[in-house]
Write a protein that binds this ligand. Sequence first.
Ligand code: SF4
Ligand code: SF4
Length: 432
Amino acid sequence: MKNPELGIIRAALPDDEILTKCIHCGMCLATCPTYDLTKLERSSPRGRIQLIKAVADGRLEITPTFIEEMSFCLDCQACETACPAGVKYGRMVESSRVLIEDTKENYAIPDIVKKIGLNYILTNNLALRTVAFLMLLIQRSGLQFLMMKSGFLKIFNKNFNEYLKLLPKMKFKTTRGLLKGVSLKPERSRYKAAFLSGCIMDVAFSDVNLDTIQFLLKNDCEVFIPEKQVCCGSLHAHNGEMKTAFALMKKNLDAFLAEDYDYLVSNSAGCGAFMKEYGHLLSDDPVYSIAAGKFSEKVKDFSEFVHLTDFQTKLRPPDETVTYHDACHLVHSQKVSQEPRQMLAKIPGIMMENLNESTWCCGSAGIYNVTRYEDSMHFLDKKMQNLKNTKADVVLTANPGCMLQIEYGIKKYGLKMRIEHPATFLNRLIKE
Ligand code: SF4
Ligand code: SF4
């Protein structure tokens, strides 16, 4: 092994062939948003694979260009969908980010903030809820408005006001708070569905969680929400914090496997994609490998699961026209593309508008829209132009990051549409 750090890359890449699978055909180039923007080979999937392989072979140091390209990549995995050779690009770029984090010697302030957020706040439910409550106070008291109006935050970063606009609106109640008094066992039960409340979903999208759970209950599903569950670890894995991701994965396995259930129903594309990877990532773990494999097999996106029920018989026709944006972690990571469309097509009287380039990343990409705001806005521009052309009333998408990014885009471009999660949309249509 020419480069001892290859071990770190390969530690997360158990398939040794992964770095040599690319046949340089270029089929992925047209699907890559960063290549589309720069037209530089090094910003393409094929170019990045060459960079990663060069580092792995010891032919290239971890240079600023290498770090820049790994950070510029959205990890949207559109290239994986296009690739005829089955290159697992997402695993490669995520591993290279682990390598970058592990070999970093100096941290700038944004790096430190990111590390604290990922390793000390998202990992601890109490810390997360405390920070969320403080944010709620700042948002609801008008302090955030005053901070933005005064412009003083721009001293720290010229885009600070935009970051505040991109932040989710914190909710007064977490998922459990909203569920007080709700029985999770319906009279008739056909399936038992486990449910991940999530981290950001729990404090900022607890209403979407409630809609998902209510929809499951109304469709004869018992819902199991383990008390000791934690964040799924996807944001950590995508940002090079793999050790923390592994610790979270194991905590979740302990929490979820305490009871038997039929499926784990996910309403967040990023969380669902990562939970489907637990089995692969822990395949060498002497304690958790079998449990992780079983756990991943039971994970289903909301749009996959609902087809097991006869939900459509309970719905009234919607009044609004609807369009659908594919979240990258649903369409590219999970390859779930037809199920959401078939789910929507089952709604009686639905008026659907086709969204051109619906699988093109909106630029949210986890925390990319904060870490690389300007680049992210290029990708959002294209998405908003396509959304504008649909003239739909409602945009449906199943990922919290996409919801925040598109909501920001709707305000920025002054469009008359709103964003909604498919579970909220469906739950709203149930005839009482
Ligand atoms: S993950 Fe997305 S941005 Fe990154 S190389 Fe693939 S297509 Fe391009
Ligand atoms: S499509 Fe796949 S095999 Fe072809 S260049 Fe891109 S990554 Fe390589």
